[in-house]
Design a protein around this ligand. Sequence first.
Ligand code: HEM
Length: 452
Amino acid sequence: MPDWLGVSSPSLPPGPRAPRPLQTARWLARPAAFMEDSARRYGDMFTLKIANEGTWVFLHHPDAVKQVFRGDPRLLHAGEANVVLMPVLGSHSVLLLDEDAHMAQRKLMLPPFHGERMRGYEETMAEVARRELERWPAGQALPAWPTMQAITLEVIMRTVFGVREGDRLERLGAVLRESLSWVTEPRRLGQMAVLGPRRIAERGTLRRALDPADELIYEEIRARRDAPDLADRDDVLSLLLQATHDDGTAMSDKELRDELMTLLVAGHETSATALAWALEALTRHPEALARLRDEVDAGEDAYLDAVVKETLRLRPVIALVLRRLTEPMEIGGRLLPAGVNVAPCIYLVHRRADVYDEPRAFRPERFLENQPGTYTWIPFGGGVRRCLGASFAQFEMKVVLRELVARLDIRAARPQPERRVRRAIVFAPSRGGEIVVEPRSAKREAAPAAAA
Ligand code: HEM
């Protein structure tokens, strides 16, 4: 093979020549436009240089995505690529481990998140959603995001942490909200990347933000270990307390704390943001909203499912996933050097015209006609790192949307669609999914098709 193809000696694919600080500025200011421009100019695989994050090789051809997701986990480290989150999630976090240690932890965590188990959480999810939706002030332009966030936080506290009692729930909710807002403050990730995990961990501000949450989480773990009804409970913590490693040992308190924090951080903001995007999209597509409402009224599920899938396709909350190469690896016909971060780009894969007809259109029907492809619909990443909460999140989105359209009329607060903005690790709607709700009993004419 001739060397100029970059097959026999490692090389990087082309990318913008602008210096690193300039590329970083573009990435921070307009990430979507930067990715799309680069794809147009450099094709299926290109290199971006982002300060503190090293060298990223973006790829979006489904064959290359498949190579990464099916590749040897010893070559493709995802945990290492996420190390910036270590001070918050802790050293046992499934998100931060690689190879055998990762698989050991993932094996314990898979059963509680198995798709079929989700039905058991349905009533809790619906009840939490109903309560929050009832409080939503009618007739005012308000971002959907805070309500969605309140729902997803309480759902996690009840179904994952297993906290049910009112006062405990309130106490835990208050400290978790505090810690999470510290973690997701816009400048925080940059700060963690600049200082590095060790120096961040030593800082008093981190401990002050996390200690109250840790204290309550440990308290919960210890109380649950001794709970007389442990074997009858179906929340994730109770299931993990009964799980054992291959050598028969149970998970330690520290392991449990790290995994609970991981589930909270990975599952709360992502799901709330995806719901806000769903509402943003539905209010701008009255025909889709009307069909959804008709099908929900008729007790049907298929269109609801398609709406969730189409939202996650067109408005993925995570734009890319990362794998750090521990050795040179051939991907897409090029040998890439060790040390780079390979980034299967969810955002670009979902917008490929050779995969999706009218890729920029919000058209849930496409998922009634075709099932999503393993390497072409990847909002939850893939392979041995695929999101553990994928079934949980989709199920929760369906339950919340069903409760919402059954009770409320919704319309966009303004005609201009919302831009994508980065909030810590997610791409969120710029106005938080700003909508106006009215009780559904109100006259239909009261909800003009403002969104069109
Ligand atoms: C719409 C909501 C969500 C989205 C879009 C999402 C997306 C993702 C993505 C892209 C990854 C990385 C996958 C990869 O590297 O290939 C991931 C990992 C993960 N997610 Fe989610 N997620 C969501 C909700 C949740 C929920 C609700 C939970 C749990 C309660 C959760 C728990 C996790 C965990 C534990 C991992 C790490 C898996 C591993 O490294 O083995 N996520 N998620």
